[in-house]
Design a protein around this ligand. Structure first.
Ligand SMILES: NC(=O)c1ccc[n+]([C@@H]2O[C@H](COP(=O)([O-])OP(=O)(O)OC[C@H]3O[C@@H](n4cnc5c(N)ncnc54)[C@H](OP(=O)(O)O)[C@@H]3O)[C@@H](O)[C@H]2O)c1
Length: 351
C-alpha cells in the first residue's frame, strides 16, 4: 500500500505519485508504448492506493489519457473516481509569456478540465520559463482568481527557485506545493529550497527520484547507456555532471547491498531515501507500463535504518551536486540542460 499525506487541510494525496510525462507523445525514443497495459497499470495503481497522478497541460495526449481513465472509473470500472487526485500543470509557452493574461490562462485551465473530465482541478502546478519576462506574479494571481471561481482546488508551482517562490508567497498566492527534481544525483533542493518549503509549509513533491529508471539492478556492470526515453536523456546529463559513470556504478552497488537486507530493490531504496528526507511530501515515479507496480508497492513495507541513510549521505557528499538552485541550469541560456527542453508546446491553444 501507499502512505498518504495532507497537502492542505482537506486534501490528501498518496506519497508516491504516478508520473505521466513518459506517456506523452514523442517521449519514447525507441518502441512505442502499449497503452492498454498502461491503462491496466493505472487501475492496478489506484487499487493499491497509488491514487495521485501527475500530468501537465504540455504532456501531449496525457490529460486526455487520464480523462479516459476517469471516464472508465465513472462508469463503475474500478475504484471511485472521487478517490483519485489529478495534478496537472500550467506551463505557458516561453514565446507567449509577455502576452499571458487572465483570459489565456482561463482557456488553458478550461481545456485541462475538459480533457481530464473533471469539474475542478485538484492541483495546478504553475511554471514560468523566464523570470526576466514580467508577469509571473500576476499570472499566479489569475490562477488564484480561477481558484476562487471554483475551477482550481489548490495552487502549486514547479521548477521555481527559492527567491521567485518567495515572491509568489509574499504576494499572497497560497502555494501548497513545489515540484522539483530531487534525487540521489540531484540534491540542489538541499541548498535552500527544502528549508524554505519546510518553514512555509509548502510540500515538496520530487521528480527524478528514479532518474528515468537508472536506479535499478539492470544497470549494475553496464559500461554505458543508450537513452530509451526523453527522461533518460535528461537524467543522464545529471549523472554525467555529478557522480559520473564510475561513481554511479559504485552507488548502485551500495544501494544493492542495502536492498538485499530488506529483500527489496535498488529503486525501492532510492525512493525511500528521498521520501524520508525532512520536508519531502511525495516522490513522483514515472509510469510507462505495469511492470513495476508490485515492486513500488513495497516502498512502504520497510524503513531505512539511520546508519544506512548516513552511509548513502556520506557517499553522496564525496561528489558534486549540480550547480545552483533547482532548475537554474535548465534556465541558463546555452546550457545543455536547456537545449533538450521543449518550451513552446501550448502554442496553438493559448492565444
Ligand atoms: N516538473 C517537471 O519539470 C518534471 C520533469 C520531469 C518529470 N516530472 C514528473 O515526474 C515524473 C517522474 O519522472 P520520470 O517519468 O521522468 O521518470 P522516473 O520516475 O525518474 O523514472 C521512471 C522509470 O523508472 C523505472 N522504474 C519505476 N519503478 C521501478 C522499479 N520499482 N524498479 C525498477 N525500475 C523502476 C521505469 O523504467 P522502465 O520503464 O525503463 O523499466 C520507469 O519508467 C514524470 O512522469 C512527471 O510526472 C516533472
Amino acid at each position: 500500500m501507499n502512505e498518504r499525506i495532507e497537502l492542505t487541510k482537506d486534501y490528501t494525496i498518496s506519497r508516491v505519485l504516478n508520473g505521466c510525462w513518459q506517456l506523452s507523445e514523442g517521449h519514447s525514443l525507441q518502441a512505442g508504448l502499449d497503452f492498454k497495459d498502461v491503462m491496466h497499470a493505472f487501475h492496478m495503481l489506484a487499487e493499491q492506493g497509488f491514487t495521485t497522478f501527475d500530468g501537465a497541460d504540455i504532456y501531449t495526449g496525457v490529460e486526455e489519457f487520464i480523462g479516459t481513465f476517469i471516464t472508465e472509473l465513472k462508469a463503475g470500472h474500478g475504484v471511485s473516481a472521487d478517490d483519485i487526485q489529478i495534478h496537472t500543470k500550467y506551463v505557458p509557452d516561453i514565446n507567449y509569456l509577455s502576452q499571458v493574461d487572465y483570459a489565456s490562462t482561463e482557456r488553458i485551465i478550461d481545456r485541462s478540465l475538459k480533457r481530464l473530465n473533471r469539474d475542478t482541478l485538484d492541483l495546478v502546478q504553475f511554471h514560468w520559463w523566464d523570470y526576466d519576462v514580467p508577469g509571473c506574479v500576476e499570472t499566479a494571481g489569475s490562477l488564484l482568481r480561477l481558484k476562487e471561481k471554483g475551477k482550481i482546488r489548490n495552487i502549486g508551482v514547479t521548477n521555481f527557485d527559492t527567491v521567485h517562490l518567495k515572491e509568489l508567497v509574499d504576494a499572497g498566492i497560497p502555494v501548497v506545493s513545489m515540484q522539483a527534481q530531487y534525487s540521489l544525483f540531484d540534491r540542489r533542493p538541499e541548498r535552500r529550497l527544502l528549508d524554505y518549503c519546510r518553514t512555509n509549509d509548502i510540500k515538496l513533491l520530487c521528480y527524478g527520484t528514479l532518474s528515468g529508471g537508472f536506479l535499478a539492478e539492470r544497470w549494475i556492470g553496464a559500461a554505458a547507456a543508450e537513452p530509451e526515453t526523453r527522461s533518460q536523456v535528461k537524467y543522464l546529463q545529471i549523472i554525467e555532471d555529478t557522480l559520473g559513470w564510475d561513481g554511479y556504478q559504485d552507488l548502485l552497488r551500495l544501494l544493492a547491498g542495502i536492498a538485499e537486507k530488506y529483500k527489496v530493490s535498488i529503486s525501492n531504496v532510492a525512493s525511500k531515501y528521498i521520501l524520508c528526507q525532512d520536508g519531502v511530501a511525495g516522490a513522483i515515479i514515472g509510469i510507462r507500463n505495469s511492470r513495476h507496480v508490485q515492486s513500488n508497492a513495497r516502498i512502504f513495507g520497510f524503513d531505512l535504518a539511520d546508519d544506512e541513510i548516513g552511509r548513502i549521505r556520506d557517499f553522496l557528499q564525496e561528489y558534486p551536486a549540480p550547480d545552483g538552485e533547482p532548475f537554474e541550469l535548465e534556465r541558463t541560456v546555452g546550457s545543455k540542460y536547456r537545449s533538450i527542453m521543449h518550451m513552446n508546446i501550448n502554442e496553438k491553444e493559448q492565444s
